[in-house]
Each structure stands twice: as C-alpha cells, then as structure tokens.
Design a protein around this ligand. Sequence first.
Ligand SMILES: Cc1ncc(COP(=O)(O)O)c(C=O)c1O
Length: 381
Amino acid sequence: MKNRKLVMIPGPTPVVRSIQDQMGRETVAFGDPDFIRDFKELIEDLKDIFKTKGQAFVLAGTGTLAMEMGIANVVKEGDEVLVVSHGFFGDRYVELCERKGLKVDVLESEWGKIVPVEEIEKKLQEKNYKAITVTHVDTSTGVCAPLKEIGEVVKKFEDTLLVVDGVCATAAEPEYLDDMGIDVLITGSQKAFGVAPGLAIVLAGPKALERRKSLGSIKDYYVDFEKWAPIMEDPSKYFGTPPVNLIWALKESLRIIKEEGVENRYKRHIKVARAMQAALEELGFSLLAEKEYRAVTLSNVLYMDGIEDGEFRKILAEEGAVVAGGLGQYAGKMFRLGHMGNIDIHDLVSTMSAIERTLYRLGIKDVLGKGVGKLTEELLK
Ligand SMILES: Cc1ncc(COP(=O)(O)O)c(C=O)c1O
C-alpha cells in the first residue's frame, strides 16, 4: 500500500491548509498597503503574545540566522559570554560566539540531563558576562531547560543579558520575555508555529535594545537591529525584501494561536507530549531526556536492542510517518519524533499506529494496539 507521509520530524512540522493557502497566494509588492498593514499587525501580535515592550523582528532566514542576530546585537568582540549547552544546538552557539571573537565559557550537561541552575548562578558570579545563551529545548536531546528559574537567576546580574534559543520551543513552551527576564528570544517559523521553513524571528526586550544602542556601529550588517527596527516600526520602509508569502503564513499561524489561546496551546502540548511519551514507553522504548526535563515539542527515543536505525526509519516511512535520526553521539541509536505545532489527534494516532506496524514488521509481534491504546487513554484523561 502506498501511504501518505506524515512529516513527524522536529521541524518542519505539518503545515495546515489555511497556512498553505497563505503561501499559495499571489505575491504582491512589498509596498502594497494591505501587505504593509498585515506585516505591522504581525509584529504587534508577536510582541503581544510573547509579552515584550521591546521589538519583534521577522526576516528571511533560518533559525541559525536568528541565533546570529540574537548575539550580534548585544555583545562586542572581546566580551565574555557564557553558553549553557544541553546538546548539539547549544554547542552551535559556542562556535558561533567564538567566530565573533567573543570570550566563551561553556557549561555543558551530559546529553539528556540539564546543567543545574545553581551551577549557572555560581558561574555568573565569576566574571562580568555580557550575555548568557540558553537553548530552551535542545532538539538533539529533547531536554527542556528550566528557563523560568534561569531567568530569575540572570535577573540578579545587571550586566548579563539572557539570549534564549527558542527554535524548538517557541509557541509550544511558555516564553514571556519581560516577565521571565528573557532579553532576546530567537526562533524560526518551521517548528511549533507550523509554518514552512524560511523565517528568522527575533524578539528583543528593552534591555537588549538599549545594549544595541550602546554598542554603536557593529560588524554585522544583515542582522543589525538598527537596520531592521525602522522597518518593523513601519513596514512601508525598505531594508531587505520581506518574504511576503511567509509573512502572511506566519500571520495565519498567529491567528490560529490566538484562536486556540496561547495558554491552551501550552497545555495542549504538555498533554500530547506526555501521552506520546507514555505510549512510546508502553511499546518498550526509552527516552533520552530525564523525565523532569522532557520537552513537550519532541521525543528523543532510544531504540531497544536489535532495532537498526536505518531499517526502522525506512519501514516507518513506508508505513506513513517520517521521523528524524539521532544527532552526534546518538546517531544510529535513537530517533526523534516531533509532536508540536498544529498537529491533531489523527496525526498522533496514525503515527503511533505506524510505529507499531514498523515494530511488527521488524519481528516484535506483540505491539499492535498497545501504543495506540495507551496514547488514546492518556489523551482522553
Ligand atoms: C534548538 C535549535 N536551534 C537552532 C536550530 C537551527 O535552526 P535552522 O535549522 O532553522 O537554521 C535548530 C534546528 O533544528 C534547533 O532545533
């Protein structure tokens, strides 16, 4: 049987019809008055949903460009920066900062665990760090950082700005900038927003905007807050061509988020994640992330003995669900299953059933119905 393939990797996530429709619209001039109004509303909605009195930036690019933008505007060459790394994407910030000539200290955890908040506080006392970066959910490990607690600690250090990589968290895990002490939140369109890849999204709180001003001219050009802020204030101005259709798509995503209610969306993600995770364990898998710090956006699932990664993912794709492989030291040992954004019960049940059929075809015969049963039971609670 030829099956449709559900995209259950941790981004891009399934794009619902109303968002696809926005991408399929006839492209207009970026000076079109209706587009200018839409763009402006999008910026205001972002500030509103993520609660900042600062600025929101939306530009063509990926999450990595947003990472670049997030750090380039708040520090200058030679500044001390602390990177908290819970995996592959935390490590990416290390390289990115080093290339910018920053003095980088790293606090890293064993994969699947977190760096304890007390350790972060101790480290911040050692030097005058100008910024600290934290990956909210590291997609390589499925670990969610205790951001609220980290924010409380960083607030005690006047000079240290908190830069959060929310690429695999934003729109699924609570992120309220000004209350949580997040100075810069960087993210992308393709994960919990449920939009196609291609937008770099950055929110900068008041302290980050002040810091940018105090730096004077910076080396980076395309990602300079000062170049983009006038456009975000008044999108009739030009700096770089806005990705018109993706901006409409993100606007539709925010409409969906507002309709659902942002708090309801966060609660839904918890329910879905815990149900999927319980069902995966019911099938005999174990999860990499420690229970207390498990993300709601994805699950990083360790294979049981005898299951070969390539074969598992190939059969699973035949059965109709595409998942991602493990990264770094977990390549070949685990698969990564996204369950974020605008997915629904049909996506979840179909994916779980496809996983069961895959295990069955691999010789584990007593699984049919077990995962789906557990998933459904949990979702109905
Ligand atoms: C946590 C995290 N940060 C950054 C990135 C980089 O984003 P992009 O691939 O859009 O450049 C990713 C991508 O998966 C991610 O998961």
